[in-house]
Design a protein around this ligand. Structure first.
Ligand SMILES: *[C@@H]1O[C@H](CO)[C@@H](O)[C@H](O)[C@H]1NC(C)=O
Ligand SMILES: *[C@@H]1O[C@H](CO)[C@@H](O)[C@H](O)[C@H]1NC(C)=O
Ligand SMILES: *[C@@H]1O[C@H](CO)[C@@H](O)[C@H](O)[C@H]1NC(C)=O
Length: 650
């Protein structure tokens, strides 16, 4: 008996060894591994990812548990996993580089969790093979604009059922070229059931492979900010199953377009607020908006110096800026269906804006007048200088088929340097040129490898700055009484150290933080504070936020009133009378796009904003009606540029 035991000890040890050593790599307890490469752990009330997942696993399902955190090491070493399901869990946050070893992962399902934000550019680091990302039905309010740049193979993104209010124009971009141009390889995108009011044009213009797009169940603002959309959708038919299907995006504002299809709006406008007068329910003329777009505040892409001459002996020197229009510079878009690791050929067409005087305008005209229909093609010759700035001589290429050949030569200095390609062409844009400013069209071809995704070492916020003005609950229409103070706010999301500039309606500029107008105007990080408001302070303000070359612009409208008394001669509405103790309802109908906000100026000189209660007055949310349980009022109204204000007095 003893002998028998003695004999079986080494055997037992051997048995234990065979089970324990690979145990760390065998099927985790509480999971099933029906097949060698698969781990199934659904409905197990797991609070975290079990440790010891076998490194050869290809498919993992942790769906329907209570996993609330992913630890840094939870998924380490899982280089073979192709499918990871983490849907219907309790995830609030994804740590940086949580998936960094999962270079084979193709499908990542994070649906039905509680993620509030994709907060870092490193969240999805390492997922170079990821094809499908499911982030639907979370609580997402913000996605870091560089997070998807880690996913150069991404084809499908589901974001429906989140709380997205706005997207940075580059949020959906999955690769960048020359650190300047951003593109998205997405084919399928679902943004339905969010809180989006507008989409920047570049979100879709940078996605040439898009095949399906779902946008319904968002409160779309059908104004000039979306006026690119119809044109875009006509150029990309069939992506939305519209206009017939239930998937069509519907306008939530302005009021006059509520419930109509966004795609039925042929030319959605922005128009200033106007108060309807009795007997005239709609404004007569819709003034076009005087609001400038953020394009007009964008920094140039670079600069060039040209020393042009021809065989007739004409010569002229120009100093120009390359205007930056991002996605429009590259036409046609590169073929993103190629491998994300091979170089992409880009056809670039850029605008050069060159200020000129009368003399150089005439000389330039003599050299380039031939080349407004077809461009002059130039070939790179010798290097003229290396430092401080690289410059080459270019010479006109031999022309065939009877095109002009006037022996054009040019020295060219340009930034960024990749614009100095072996072949360039220059064309005079006659329609956009005048005696003060000439526009040239500069075209070339560049072959560019996609930029490497950021690594923790290179992802300091300063290396790829970005900025976004939060429009979530941001008041863009304000009213103030002369002599009072008012604060215009411009809350920012950014990679850090954004620069804010304010433009006053009179055109003067103020860089934050500082003050001007004798200290009356103070710009701080939170906004622009105006003390002792003057009538002349009324108008459109711009908050311009910059981080590196990224820029975002928010126009704000300020109306200033001196008293509730209408100036003599101004039209006064019909009186509304009531008796003491009875409620009276004063109504005010305003038109405009986006939907105007209404403020009331009371006879005592106070202003009331829509939605705010005041003593003795009840101002119901969502109604442009003022109810007062007070003695007799007479109503006056007036129409004003800027914010519309009803006047009333005793
Ligand atoms: C939008 O999402 C909410 C919450 O997830 C859901 O209750 C609602 O049915 C969804 N609506 C549509 C139109 O999908
Ligand atoms: C180029 O742009 C910069 C920045 O906007 C501006 O200061 C400069 O005057 C411009 N130069 C030319 C030649 O247009
Ligand atoms: C949007 O506004 C709500 C309410 O003020 C706030 O709770 C939320 O954090 C804001 N979201 C963002 C992304 O700023």
């Amino acid at each position: 008996m003893y002998r028998g035991v003695c004999v079986s000890v080494p055997l037992l040890t051997l048995l234990v060894l065979t089970f324990v050593v690979p145990m760390g790599h065998a099927c985790p307890r509480s999971c099933n591994c029906y097949q060698a490469n698969e781990v199934h752990c659904t409905f197990r009330s797991l609070l975290s990812i079990p440790s010891g997942l076998p490194p050869y696993t290809r498919r993992i399902n942790f769906g329907f548990n209570s996993i609330s955190t992913i630890r840094d090491s939870s998924l380490a070493g899982l280089m073979k996993v192709e499918l990871l399901m983490l849907h219907s869990n309790d995830l609030h946050h994804l740590p940086d580089e949580a998936f960094k070893d999962m270079k084979s992962l193709q499908i990542l399902k994070l649906s039905y969790n509680k993620l509030g934000e994709i907060s870092s550019s490193l969240t999805f680091s390492g997922l170079t093979s990821l094809l499908r990302l499911y982030l639907d039905h979370n609580l997402l309010q913000h996605i870091h604009p560089r997070a998807l740049l880690q996913l150069p193979s991404l084809r499908l993104l589901r974001l429906q059922g989140n709380r997205l209010h706005q997207l940075h124009p580059r949020t959906l971009c999955t690769l960048s070229l020359l650190n300047t141009y951003y593109f998205s390889t997405l084919r399928h995108l679902d943004l339905s059931n969010n809180s989006l009011t507008t989409l920047p044009k570049d979100t879709l213009a940078t996605a040439p492979l898009l095949e399906t797009l779902v946008l319904q169940a968002n409160p779309w603002s059908c104004d000039c900010r979306m006026n690119w959309f119809l044109t875009w959708s006509l150029a990309h038919p069939g992506l939305m199953k519209c206009p017939s299907g239930p998937q069509c995006p519907i306008c939530a504002s302005p009021n006059s377009l509520q419930g109509q299809g966004l795609l039925e709006q042929t030319d959605p406008l922005c128009s200033p607020p106007v108060i309807a007068s009795p007997g005239r329910e709609t404004p007569l003329e819709t003034e076009l908006s005087e609001i400038q777009t953020s394009e007009s505040f964008r920094e140039p892409l670079g600069a060039a110096s040209l020393g042009l001459s021809d065989q007739q002996g004409n010569s002229v020197d120009l100093v120009c800026n390359f205007t930056n229009s991002e996605s429009q510079d590259i036409a046609p878009p590169p073929d993103l269906s190629l491998s994300s690791f091979s170089p992409l050929p880009l056809a670039l067409t850029l605008s050069l804006e060159c200020p000129v005087d009368k003399q150089s305008y005439e000389k330039l005209w003599r050299i380039l007048a031939y080349y407004s229909e077809t461009a002059v093609r130039l070939e790179r010759q010798i290097m003229l200088s290396k430092a401080p700035a690289l410059a080459y001589r270019y010479r006109q290429a031999p022309e065939t088929e009877g095109y002009y050949h006037t022996g054009v030569q040019s020295s060219v200095k340009a930034r960024p340097l990749w614009l100095l390609q072996p072949a360039i062409s220059i064309q005079l844009n006659r329609a956009q040129s005048n005696r003060h400013r000439v526009q040239l069209i500069y075209s070339t071809r560049v072959s560019a490898h996609p930029d490497p995704a950021s690594h923790p070492s290179s992802s300091s916020p300063t290396s790829h700055p970005w900025v976004l003005i939060s429009t979530n609950k941001t008041t863009t229409e304000l009213a103030a009484v002369v002599g009072s103070k008012v604060e215009l706010s411009c809350p920012l999301l950014s990679s850090g150290n954004p620069k804010v500039q304010w433009v006053h309606p009179d055109g003067s500029k103020l860089i934050s933080p500082s003050s001007s107008l004798g200290g009356r105007m103070q710009a701080s990080t939170s906004g622009l504070l105006l003390q002792k408001v003057h009538l002349s302070d009324a108008g459109i303000y711009y908050c311009i936020a910059r981080a590196g070359k990224d820029v975002d612009v928010l126009p704000l409208r300020l109306a200033v009133e001196d008293s509730s008394f209408p100036p003599s001669g101004e039209q006064v509405g019909p009186p509304v009378t009531s008796t003491v103790g009875k409620p009276v309802s004063l109504s005010c109908k305003a038109f405009g796009s986006p939907t105007p906000h209404i403020s009331w100026m009371l006879p005592d000189g106070n202003l009331v904003r829509q939605g705010l209660p005041v003593s003795g007055l009840h101002f119901p949310q969502g109604h442009s009606q003022l109810r007062a349980g007070q003695p007799r009022y007479e109503l006056h109204y007036k129409k004003k540029k800027g914010l519309a204000i009803w006047r009333k007095e005793r």
